[in-house]
Design a binder for this molecule. Structure first.
Ligand code: ADP
Ligand code: MG
Length: 291
């Protein structure tokens, strides 16, 4: 991938200890997100996407391997360094209501991160928060209402304002439109695209939906069972999907028509992923496959 990654994930594994025994949520995951790019992480539920998002945000530590933000190892960084990094990386989640503070007005919700980081005077914070709300499509006249008084799509706009008011460089979006109606989804994706362009954001964009990934991402990492099975630029991945699992995901969103080649449907056994002898091979420049 291009030089100057903002985030790099290097040979990361994550094992959760549970009563039922260890859960291997991630196995040997590596990728990096170049500055100004959006890396799309796609895979079915349970494939490890949210675990990666949490590791990248420093909310959880890898069992082995390293996650770096601008070449600083998040696990090795001290408290003060982590707080500084947290300001520069923000997140938008699937359920906007749970990321808002229900007892605070919308304006106070957006002011709060500025206050916590000691940015500006009271008047400056209110001014900046109001501007951000207007930018995401919430009029200043609505700023005194409470989160519950808004629709899901509007709540997600407010959550986006809250995430971006600190002017982060890096944004993690974990299924940000999965709980919204289809028409609202498109509006929120459009808003995120515009903001990303205007603010020069670097993004990690998580979705189980390849159609969403195709729209948002510049490169794609396909996850299955906690492993990366394929990665490539978005254009390359959609033109030449190589892994049977990727083709399955594609078939689920883009029904093949006419004389398209038949899918190698169910002759692929997901259990074959557990073969640790499989290697990651480069099948064309920038296109990698676990084969
Ligand atoms: P995704 O976001 O792709 O749906 P997750 O990263 O949430 O996948 O989960 C990957 C796997 O790790 C799943 O098997 C899940 O049950 C497990 N897992 C995630 N978080 C925990 C946890 N805190 N404790 C135990 N198992 C977990
Ligand atoms: Mg998830």
């Amino acid at each position: 991938m291009a030089a100057d990654p903002v985030v790099s994930v290097d040979a990361v594994s994550k094992v959760f200890a549970t009563r039922a025994g260890p859960v291997h949520a991630l196995r040997d995951v590596s990728f990096s997100v170049p500055r100004g790019h959006t890396l799309g992480l796609v895979g079915e539920s349970g494939s490890g996407k949210s675990t990666i998002a949490r590791l990248v945000l420093g909310l959880e530590r890898p069992t082995t391997g390293a996650v770096r933000f601008e070449s600083v190892d998040l696990s090795a960084a001290g408290r003060a360094a982590r707080k500084r990094m947290r300001r520069r990386m923000q997140m938008v989640f699937q359920d906007p209501y749970s990321s808002l503070l229900p007892h605070l007005t919308v304006l106070s919700n957006v002011v709060e991160p500025l206050r916590l980081h000691g940015i500006g005077t009271v008047a400056q914070r209110r001014e900046r928060a109001t501007q951000m709300l207007v930018r995401v499509g919430i009029g200043a006249a609505s700023a005194g209402f409470y989160p519950r008084q808004f629709s899901g799509g509007q709540q997600q706009r407010i959550a986006i304002a809250r995430a971006l008011v600190l002017e982060p460089e890096f944004l993690v979006c974990d299924e940000p439109t999965s709980s919204l109606d289809v028409s609202v989804q498109a509006q929120i994706l459009g808003l995120l695209q515009g903001l990303q362009r205007d603010l020069g954001l670097t993004c990690l964009f998580v979705s189980h939906n390849l159609a969403v990934i195709e729209r948002m991402a510049t490169e794609v990492v396909v996850m299955c069972g906690g492993r990366v099975v394929e990665s490539a630029s978005t254009e390359e991945l959609f033109a030449h999907p190589a892994h049977p699992y990727t083709r399955r995901l594609l078939a689920a969103v883009l029904p093949l028509e006419g004389d398209a080649p038949p899918l190698p449907a169910d002759d692929w056994d997901p259990a074959s992923l557990d073969d640790d002898e499989r290697e990651v091979v480069r099948i064309s420049p920038g296109h990698y496959l676990r084969a």
